[in-house]
Design a protein around this ligand. Structure first.
Ligand code: DSN
Length: 429
């Protein structure tokens, strides 16, 4: 096994060291296609592994409950300033430990228990925190769900896109206090303007959950929801390529309530080592090279989608405009479930996740869909040609899924490809 960048730190624990090496091997010899993952830079990893992990800092810069926070205050302020500058927002809260925490904090800040929220249903592409019965959110607030338009095989008018007539009808009928835009399994650009129009028509606030596309927005590849939304939430580790965590940006009028909802409303001590890593990532995302990166993510996704369609996979919504491709596996092979496809591809060195597709007849544990994304391997330097090659290898592995030798061959081809695209090749200790 190769050595990991984490070897630069002395992990004085043989078992963990050995597992870190195994994970390094996995990440650099298999292809990473999970749409919500990325390869954070060595600077981000170093900040996240820094001595800031030692410090308690409940509160906010200038208003902490513990002493010794004069350095931490500067770090958190820097993160907030860098974040508001990227998106042109009034206020930032960089403390949420995750996107789910960020979403719940917004609901807690802006709503009373029992208030109505209009959001996208999980099986149509929404997130658990958009009111899934399995999420705590559905126990405290009343959710009404919108979905996507019906499937269409007409390339000129692809279906499975956000149904704004449905959003408006539901908004007029239920008068939600908050409308949530944003998705977790949706390959199309989400325009914030029509959501704002509908919110204004019914007197609702608008939250844009930009977890998946925050990096694309930062790089200019997708529209910025900040001028339209009262609040924008996101994770920092997906297309934004930072450490694992969440963040909230909002209009000044909501700032105090949002801050109180995060701490002390929901969380205790902030993870200042992660906040330092977020600050590093925000600086990286404001460089011109990040725009080049996000353009390439989208170009790679389009090439990947075309190549997968040529292999016989049906593209949900007919294509992609972001970093992700959602595949309906049934046209490729009626017997193939998302669960089996994910397991077979894992054996072939191709890391993906099964996903429900709109109106999926199979359960969320089995699914008829597979979600793939280009953000991580674009970081590693892959371009359209490599994604076309991966599409062909995916097809080969799935067609020969009962032939172990064939899967080993695909895994070897994938490892050969990955050998030229080590995301940490330029890392020096
Ligand atoms: N787990 C995230 C994703 O993969 O999209 C959503 O929380």
């Amino acid at each position: 096994m190769g050595s990991s960048p984490l070897d630069a730190w002395i992990v004085n624990d043989d078992e963990i060291t050995s597992l870190l090496a195994a994970e390094w091997d996995r990440q650099t010899t298999t292809v990473q296609l999970i749409a919500s993952e990325n390869f954070a830079s060595p600077s981000v990893l170093a900040a996240a592994g820094s001595i800031l992990t030692n410090k308690y800092a409940e509160g906010y810069p200038g208003r902490r409950y513990y002493g010794g926070n004069y350095v931490v205050d500067e770090i958190e302020d820097l993160a907030r300033r860098r974040l508001t500058a990227i998106f042109g927002a009034d206020h930032a809260n960089v403390q949420p430990h995750s996107g789910a925490n960020a979403n719940v904090a917004v609901y807690e800040a802006l709503l009373d228990p029992g208030d109505t929220i209009l959001a996208m249903r999980l099986d149509q592409g929404g997130h658990l925190t958009h009111g899934s019965p399995a999420s705590i959110t559905s126990k405290y607030w009343k959710f009404v769900s919108y979905g996507v338009t019906p499937r269409s095989d007409d390339p000129a008018a692809p279906g499975e896109q956000i149904d704004f007539d449905n959003v408006r009808e539901l908004a007029l009928a239920h008068r939600p206090k908050l409308i949530v835009a944003g998705a977790t399994a949706y390959a199309r650009r989400i325009d914030p303007a029509p959501f704002r129009e509908i919110a204004d028509e019914v007197g609702a606030m608008l939250m844009f959950d930009s977890a998946h596309v925050a990096g694309l927005i930062a790089g200019g590849a997708h529209p910025n929801p900040v001028p339209y939304a009262d609040v924008v939430t996101f994770t920092t580790h997906k297309t934004l390529r930072g450490p694992r965590g969440g963040a909230i940006i909002c209009r000044e009028e909501h700032a105090k309530k949002i801050d109180s909802a995060v701490f002390p409303g929901q969380q205790g001590g902030p993870l200042e080592h992660v906040i330092a890593a977020k600050a590093v990532a925000f600086k990286e995302a404001s460089q011109p090279s990040f725009s080049v990166y996000t353009e390439q993510i989208v170009a790679n996704a389009k090439a990947f989608a075309r190549a997968l369609a040529n292999e016989g996979f049906r593209l949900v919504s007919g294509g992609t405009e972001n970093h992700m491709v959602l595949l309906d596996l049934r046209d490729f092979d009626a017997e193939l479930t998302g669960k089996v496809a994910q397991e077979v591809l894992d054996r072939a060195g191709i890391t993906t996740n099964r996903n429900t597709i709109p109106d999926d007849p199979r359960s969320p544990f089995v699914t008829s869909g597979l979600r793939v994304g280009t953000s991580a391997e674009t970081t590693a330097g892959m371009k359209e040609n490599e994604f076309e090659a991966i599409a062909s290898l995916m097809s080969r592995a799935l067609r020969k899924r009962d032939d172990e030798d064939a899967l080993v061959e695909v895994r070897n081809d994938i490892a050969a490809l990955c050998a030229n695209f080590n995301p940490y090749a330029n890392f020096t200790k």
